[in-house]
Design a protein around this ligand. Structure first.
Ligand SMILES: Nc1ncnc2c1ncn2[C@@H]1O[C@H](COP(=O)(O)OP(=O)(O)OP(=O)(O)O)[C@@H](O)[C@H]1O
Ligand SMILES: [Mg+2]
Length: 259
């Protein structure tokens, strides 16, 4: 199994500074600042439309931010291309699972993880070392039995595990997970929690967006709360749970929905 790049606790792995992203008149991310400590599991939570996925998109440079800075392990990365960011150790999953058509799980894991830019076009379909590495990761996640299944035949939960496997192929220092447990059944939820804990125990830093509060409270060391594009609270799970601004952000939204 891959040895994750080592982390030193007490240092900042990810530093997001006054990040902004606007779409026309919509300020989806607005002066958003937070830090993720080396070796931590940090949760990014907030009501629907708070700007969490957009923040992930800007951090991983899937989208260009309108303003602000992103620092990874002491190096500024907001002007780098996405594959360069992955090479520096930051990988992310997508809220909607990406599945390449007509490919097995193994092929998906290898191809989704190719981050070398245009040079990858000249690589063989699947190199023996890539197969060995991918099979090791599938084994770690307990899904070797579906390695040769067509990716499009998978259950929703199996797709989430396949995405996680693809993410681990790049030997990341930090992974950004966008709703890894969204819509999965309780058994798989426990498996996913177990995998995230195991990865974190091996030194991998995790930033996770989730709506499942039980998962967040059980798993995270630190919680950052976003609402309307900005950070409204930041602290331990207990601190955040009892913060009036957080209750207002969630209940305010629920009351508007009810109205
Ligand atoms: N490509 C886009 N074009 C225009 N508006 C967008 C785009 N992407 C997101 N938005 C808007 O930006 C705001 C933040 O959306 P985002 O998807 O980041 O929220 P979120 O916190 O991830 O929500 P959820 O919990 O529902 O996934 C929303 O108002 C959304 O409609
Ligand atoms: Mg989202």
């Amino acid at each position: 199994m891959t040895a994750w790049r080592s982390c030193e606790k007490g240092l900042t792995m990810l530093d997001v500074r006054a990040l902004c992203k606007n779409f026309g008149g919509i300020q989806a991310v607005d002066q958003c600042s937070f830090k993720v400590e080396h070796g931590s599991i940090t949760a990014l939570i907030g009501p629907n439309g708070a700007g969490k996925t957009t923040a992930f998109n800007c951090i991983s440079r899937t989208m260009a931010p309108s303003a602000g800075e992103v620092w990874l392990d002491g190096e500024r990365i907001d002007q780098l291309r996405p594959h360069k960011i992955t090479k520096r150790g930051l990988s992310r999953t997508f809220q909607i699972s990406r599945n390449l058509a007509d490919m097995t799980v193994l092929e998906n894991v290898i191809c989704q993880a190719r981050v070398g830019g245009f040079r990858d076009l000249f690589k063989p379909a699947m190199a023996p070392d890539e197969i060995e590495k991918a099979m090791g990761i599938l084994d770690f996640l307990g899904i070797t039995r579906i390695a040769h299944e067509d990716g499009s035949n998978l259950s929703f939960g199996q797709k989430k595990l396949m995405d996680l496997a693809a993410l681990l192929m790049s030997d990341p220092k930090i992974i950004l997970l966008d709703e890894p447990a969204g819509g999965v059944n309780p058994t798989l939820l426990e498996q996913i929690i177990g995998h995230i804990r195991k990865l974190n125990d091996q030194g991998l830093t995790v930033l996770i967006v989730e709506h499942n509060m039980d998962l967040i409270m059980r798993l995270s060391h630190h919680v950052v709360v976003m609402a309307q594009g900005t950070v409204i609270a930041d602290g331990t799970p207990d601190e955040v749970q009892n913060d009036p601004a957080v209750l207002e952000a969630y209940l305010g939204g629920a009351m508007e929905d009810a109205a």
